[in-house]
Design a protein around this ligand. Structure first.
Ligand code: ATP
Ligand code: MG
Length: 326
């Protein structure tokens, strides 16, 4: 980590203590924020013992009546407190799913459960306050005239005082490594820098679910490692983290759980190891590739279930072979 040592940044727990999650507001309040739930509804959502953060049951969505469905009776569940990756080819429906997960879109049919509770109009509106999303295109969520104001926008909407929101924004910018951009106008930033600012804005809200649509796109290798470190830190602090990605090595290295999507339907819902070692045909079906490490070993390995899929696993195996011939 060459910007900030995220391992040593444990301010989240403190931030969590400070925050009343019932006040959460996402800046992209395209849903009717007046339509907020009452506290009784919220308690039901917060106290649910369910082990899933989201359950989609036969959910369909169409952008336009004359167009093919973007989501086609899709069903899957995402575990609470875990690292989940949604993968699939371009146009598979990943971003459309994410728009449903923070309440921006309403499904045409089917049902969505959040922490075991079926969403209704009120609870769907509340999602935008409880689920932080870094959109695929950062221009969809950066709206202020300076980076620091933009990062402070979410906490301000949560009801924090100006000084608390500023403090939260400073901590979040430091964590993400964008403090040097604080006084710039976001329109002057590169795409990768805008994406980092969007990440800082969502971190500053301290939601208990964080979703990142293509978090690594346009980031340099150091920026990618840094964001991955932050994703780990979020998990350490009890959050649920969901990403949509085309980066299969990231899935192998990072995810606990992977959902394969194509044509708005779920082809598979399993661990990365199960997907890459036992069901690689699903990747082919979804026009995806094995991660590079698994590509190297695929076909060579008799016991497929034990095939290295992570860089460290491959390194250890190669080292063992080298030691054996010494
Ligand atoms: N604003 C829109 N209006 C109409 N159709 C849309 C719109 N956005 C997406 N779609 C369609 O919905 C389907 C799913 O798109 P979505 O953006 O969810 O895919 P994705 O899996 O996120 O793709 P990518 O990997 O390119 O980000 C595609 O067929 C796409 O053409
Ligand atoms: Mg997308």
């Amino acid at each position: 980590m060459d910007k900030v040592d995220v391992e040593n940044k444990t301010d989240f727990a403190d931030m969590e203590n400070k925050m009343d999650s019932g006040d959460m507001v996402n800046k992209t309040d395209r849903v009717d924020m007046e339509n907020k739930m009452d506290s009784g509804d919220m308690e039901n959502m917060m106290d649910s013992p369910a082990g899933t953060v989201f359950e989609f049951k036969k959910v369909s969505y169409r952008y336009k009546q004359d167009r093919a469905a973007a989501l086609n009776e899709i069903s899957f569940a995402i575990p609470l407190g875990k690292k989940t990756a949604i993968v699939g080819p371009n146009g598979a429906g990943k971003s459309t799913l994410i728009f449903h997960m923070n309440g921006l879109f309403s499904s045409e049919s089917g049902e969505i459960l959040f922490k075991g509770e079926r969403l209704n109009k009120k609870t769907q509106a509340e999602l935008v306050r409880r689920v932080g999303v870094v959109f695929q295109d950062p221009d969809d969520q950066i709206i202020s005239m300076t980076v620091k104001d933009d990062v402070a926008f979410g906490p301000t909407q949560l009801g924090l005082s100006a000084s608390e929101a500023k403090q939260r924004a400073m901590e979040s910018m430091e964590l993400v490594g964008v403090t040097h951009l604080a006084d710039l106008n976001p329109s002057e930033l590169s795409f990768g820098q805008k994406k980092q600012v969007a990440v800082a804005g969502v971190i500053a809200m301290d939601t208990d679910v964080v979703i990142l649509d293509e978090p690594m796109a346009f980031l340099d290798p150091s920026g990618q490692r840094h964001i991955q470190g932050i994703m780990e830190l979020l998990i350490t602090n009890g959050k649920t983290v969901i990403i949509a990605t085309h980066n299969m090595q990231l899935v192998a290295e990072w995810a606990d759980h992977v959902i394969v999507v194509k044509n708005g339907a779920c082809l598979g819902n399993m661990s990365p190891r199960e997907l890459f070692c036992e069901h690689p045909h699903l990747l082919e079906e979804a026009n995806l590739d094995l991660p590079p490490v698994a590509q190297m070993f695929h076909g060579l390995w008799e016991d497929r279930a034990a095939m290295p899929i992570q860089i460290e696993e491959a390194r250890r195996w190669i080292q063992a072979q080298l030691n054996a011939v010494k």
